[in-house]
Design a protein around this ligand. Structure first.
Ligand code: PGA
Length: 251
C-alpha cells in the first residue's frame, strides 16, 4: 500500500509575520497518522519553518534547488546539500511555473533531479500539460515526454526514491480542477509508463495530483486508485483548509 501524501507549495508567498501565523496554525492541526504531510516554503523562510515545526510530523522541502549537488560558485542558487543541512528532506523539480516563467527545460531538470537525489533529498517531479496541449489531444504525449526524459537519463530506478506530481497547467491557481477521472487517466498512464520498465517501482511510487485542490474536491480526487494525495498551492496558505485536505487523504 502506498502511503498518501499531502504537500503544500507556498510558492512566492509570505512574510516573517504571515509565516509565523501559518506555522502556528499548522502546529494546532490534528493530522491523520496515515498521511505524510509536507510544506514547501520560500527558501528565505525554510529555517523559520523548520524551527517553528520542531516536534511536529510535518516534513519541509524547497521549491527549487541547484543543478549541482554541493555548495560552490553559483550565484543566486541553493545547493541540495545546503537544503539537507538546513533540515529539508524534499525538493520540487520542474514546477510548471519554473518551466514556463523561468524557462527550465528537461535537460536542466534532469540535472536538478540527480543533484537532489545525490544528497538524499526526495525530488518531487512536477509534470503537466497546458490547456492548448490538452485541447490538441497531446496530454499523454507531453506528460510522457517530461517523465521519459528523466527515465532515459537516470533510469526508472530513480523513481524508487522520488515522488511525481501531475499538475495540469490549466488547473493551477485557476479554480478549474481536473475531474477525478481526467486526473486518474493521466496518473494511470504515468504508472503504466513506469511499469513498462519496472513494475515494482511503478507500484511503489506516489503520484500526487495538483491544480486547485481544496477541501471540497479533495475526497473525490484522492478516492481514485492512482491518486496518492495532492500538491496544494493556494489552499495550503490556510492552515485549517490544508488540515481538512490532509484529513481527506486519510479517509
Ligand atoms: P493551486 O497550485 O493549488 O493554487 O492550483 C498548485 C500548484 O501549483 O502546486
Amino acid at each position: 500500500m502506498r502511503r498518501p501524501m499531502v504537500a503544500g507549495n507556498w510558492k512566492m508567498h509570505g512574510t516573517r509575520a504571515s509565516v509565523a501565523e501559518l506555522i502556528n496554525g499548522l502546529s494546532h492541526l490534528v493530522l491523520p497518522s496515515g498521511v505524510d504531510v509536507a510544506v514547501f516554503p520560500p527558501c528565505l523562510h525554510i529555517n523559520q519553518v523548520i524551527d517553528g515545526l520542531q516536534g511536529q510530523s510535518i516534513s519541509v522541502g524547497a521549491q527549487n534547488s541547484a543543478v549541482e549537488s554541493l555548495q560552490g560558485a553559483l550565484t543566486g542558487e541553493i545547493a541540495p546539500s545546503q537544503l539537507v543541512d538546513a533540515g529539508c528532506s524534499l525538493v520540487l523539480v520542474g514546477h510548471s511555473e519554473r518551466r514556463q516563467i523561468m524557462g527550465e527545460r528537461d535537460e536542466m531538470l534532469i540535472r536538478k533531479f540527480a543533484a537532489a537525489q545525490a544528497c538524499g533529498l526526495i525530488p518531487v517531479l512536477c509534470v503537466g500539460e497546458t490547456l492548448e496541449q490538452r485541447e490538441a489531444g497531446k496530454t499523454l504525449e507531453v506528460v510522457g515526454r517530461q517523465l521519459g526524459s528523466i527515465i532515459e537519463e537516470l533510469g526508472v530506478g530513480a523513481f524508487a526514491k522520488a515522488i511525481i506530481a501531475y499538475e495540469p497547467v490549466w488547473a493551477i491557481g485557476t479554480g478549474l480542477t481536473a475531474s477525478p477521472q481526467q486526473a486518474q487517466d493521466v496518473h494511470a498512464a504515468i504508472r503504466a509508463q513506469l511499469a513498462a520498465e519496472n513494475s515494482e517501482v511503478a507500484q511503489g511510487v506516489r503520484l500526487l495530483y495538483g491544480g486547485s485542490v481544496k477541501a471540497a474536491n479533495a475526497v473525490e480526487l484522492f478516492g481514485m486508485p492512482d491518486i496518492d494525495g495532492g500538491l496544494i498551492g493556494g489552499a495550503s496558505l490556510n492552515a485549517d483548509e490544508f488540515g481538512a485536505i490532509c484529513r481527506a487523504a486519510g479517509n
